[in-house]
Design a protein around this ligand. Structure first.
Ligand code: IPM
Ligand code: MN
Length: 330
């Protein structure tokens, strides 16, 4: 069966790493029908398009979306992030951001293997708030965190189901319930209630500041983590840093209800400083594409790609893509 995939290479190293990911998917024998979308900061500077409603409607017809990276230093912060990436997450209801981490932390002797489930459509990312008297000594800025029972529960439920499917069956809620009483209270109560439906999953709770220590000093304690959007953003950069580097960190923006396509992208950004040098590591994009295969029911090809990517690779961006492609072909 052919999968209809929209490809948004984006800016900077995005197109370079995405090309390697597609090369590897094809080498794994996956039948893809790809359509390229020229979107990102460079496109915006050319003709003003960020992500129009028409383009968004077109994207809804695909089975999946592969994204490289978006953002260029020539566009002010927030324009492309909110107008393209977050618009896709919100409008396509990609309410789970799944970020797996397998690697050996600096100073550790054995690899860890954990997954962060980051809520992806709420929290401080909704854009709630505003500014008054901007630029004056009396400026007021508020930036709220929006948490709904529905949004929190569907994310927590997904995390429990994932934990139940893994050998350790362990789920940790990460929040800041000692300070953020309203949002934390909703998260903790929802977590405790859903936990009753999963008696075979062991649970734990960490404050986010403590979790930052454990990520570095004791990542083995984790199996699946579920957390708020902004905590998850910050912790998953740290997760990348302790799992072999951000060049290996993959992510899946999922709509588990499957009311539209899900979107798959490396955790890293567009890295404008290394564009065209051949130094971009395509492994994060390749592993993100493997997450897409899992979601599309091509688990065997995904497992082969993960195994091929776990072996050491060296060389330029295309060398690494070629080596992994030849391993999955064999
Ligand atoms: C990520 C990124 C995005 C986020 C930015 C680019 C908006 O950092 O996917 O982790 O904050 O979610
Ligand atoms: Mn981030």
């Amino acid at each position: 069966m052919s999968h209809k995939i929209a490809v948004i290479g984006g800016d900077g190293i995005g197109p370079e790493v995405t090309a390697e990911a597609i090369k590897v998917l094809r080498a794994a024998g996956v039948d893809l029908d790809t359509t390229d979308y020229d979107l990102g900061g460079a496109r915006y500077l050319r003709d003003g398009e960020i992500l129009s409603d028409e383009t968004l409607e077109e994207l809804r017809a695909f089975d999946g979306i592969l994204l490289g990276a978006v953002g260029t230093p020539d566009v002010p912060p927030g324009v492309i992030e909110r107008g393209l990436l977050l618009k896709m997450r919100f409008e396509l209801d990609l309410y789970v951001n799944q970020r797996p981490f397998v690697g050996t932390a600096p100073g550790a002797s054995a690899p860890h293997d954990f997954v962060v489930i980051r809520e992806n459509t709420e929290g401080p990312y909704t854009g709630e708030g505003g500014v008054l008297r901007q630029g004056t000594p009396h400026e007021v800025a508020t930036q709220g965190s929006v948490n709904t029972r529905l949004g929190v529960e569907r994310c927590i439920r997904y995390a429990f189901e994932l934990a139940q499917s893994r050998p350790r069956r362990h789920l940790t809620l990460v929040h800041k319930t000692n300070v953020l009483l309203f949002a934390g209270g909703l998260w903790q109560r929802t977590f405790d209630e859903v936990a009753e439906e999963f008696p075979d999953v062991d649970t734990a709770y960490n404050h986010v500041d403590a979790a930052a220590i454990y990520f570095v000093q004791d990542p083995h304690r984790y199996d699946v983590i579920v957390t708020d959007n902004l905590f998850g953003d910050i912790l998953t950069d740290l997760g990348g840093a302790v799992s072999g580097g951000i060049g290996l960190a993959s992510s899946a923006n999922l709509n588990p209800a499957r009311t539209g396509p899900s979107m798959f992208e490396p955790v890293h950004g567009s890295a404008p400083d290394i564009v065209g040098t051949g130094r971009a590591n395509p492994v994060a994009a390749i592993l993100s594409a493997a997450l897409m295969l899992d979601f599309l029911g091509e688990e065997q090809a995904a497992a082969r790609i993960r195994a091929a990517s776990a072996e050491p690779v060296t060389g330029s961006t295309t060398d690494v893509g070629d080596s992994i492609a030849s391993r999955v072909r064999n």
